[in-house]
Ligand binder design. Sequence first.
Ligand code: SF4
Ligand code: SF4
Length: 276
Amino acid sequence: MGIQVQFRKEAAELLSSGAVKLVIGYGEGSTPERRRPVFVRTPAETERLVLDGACVANLSTYLISEGLLSDGKNVAVFLKPDGIRSINILAAEAQLNPEQVVIFGFDIENGEARPLAGRKASDFTQVVEAAKAAGLSPELQKEAERLDHISAAERFEYWKEQFSKCIKCYACRQVCPMCYCRRCIVDVNQPQWINTSSHTLGNFEWNIVRAFHLAGRCVACGGCDRSCPVNIPLRLINHRMAKEVLDAFDYYAGESTDQKPVLATFRQDDPETFIL
Ligand code: SF4
Ligand code: SF4
């Protein structure tokens, strides 16, 4: 049985037994190579579910919709390893109860979706360990190293040029499962901490604040990159921050539901190279 048929069948069983109230998965997109999120509430609707190599979005972001899990009922969701790591972080940060999340885990290999065994976040420990062992993205690492080896002035010019394109649409924030604040600092206007105009200073403020908020929390799902309408390489910034926390603290975001946030804890042998 193919993975799509298998997942449709299991989703229908979960819905008809009342084990879950909703299945969040992928459906046909606006073009043949695109997929969009679908929200399935009845067994008959599971026919809309699609699963193939084009299913790349991290659907965990929909689980933090206000009130979705507050009735205590379960929700099933299709997730790749990056999405499973997101669930671990959201649970560790008390944003959801992982017992309410039924995971249809899958990974994409050679353009094909293949199932991952398990249904609860804790079932996927080995999947996350394997992702950690595989290392941070080699493709991003190559570009990060190129930027590391140019001068600080050249690097500043690079990011100035990139951030100058930002139109402050906040699509990067909306798509990110780790950006769950009900009121984002950029939406506060009394006092106004961050300028809302899309000029270079305001754009630097916004993108740097976001990068710091994601330090040790980004799961490299690429949602921000894909949603940015002006193609700023946002994942590259978060990759750089992920490398810092990995090198300094041996910390890989989203390893388990009880992993303490890296910037909210310390060990006595943590490096203190930043203290003069
Ligand atoms: S910052 Fe971007 S790559 Fe990282 S978790 Fe958020 S959407 Fe995904
Ligand atoms: S998605 Fe791109 S353009 Fe929109 S706010 Fe984020 S960085 Fe700026």
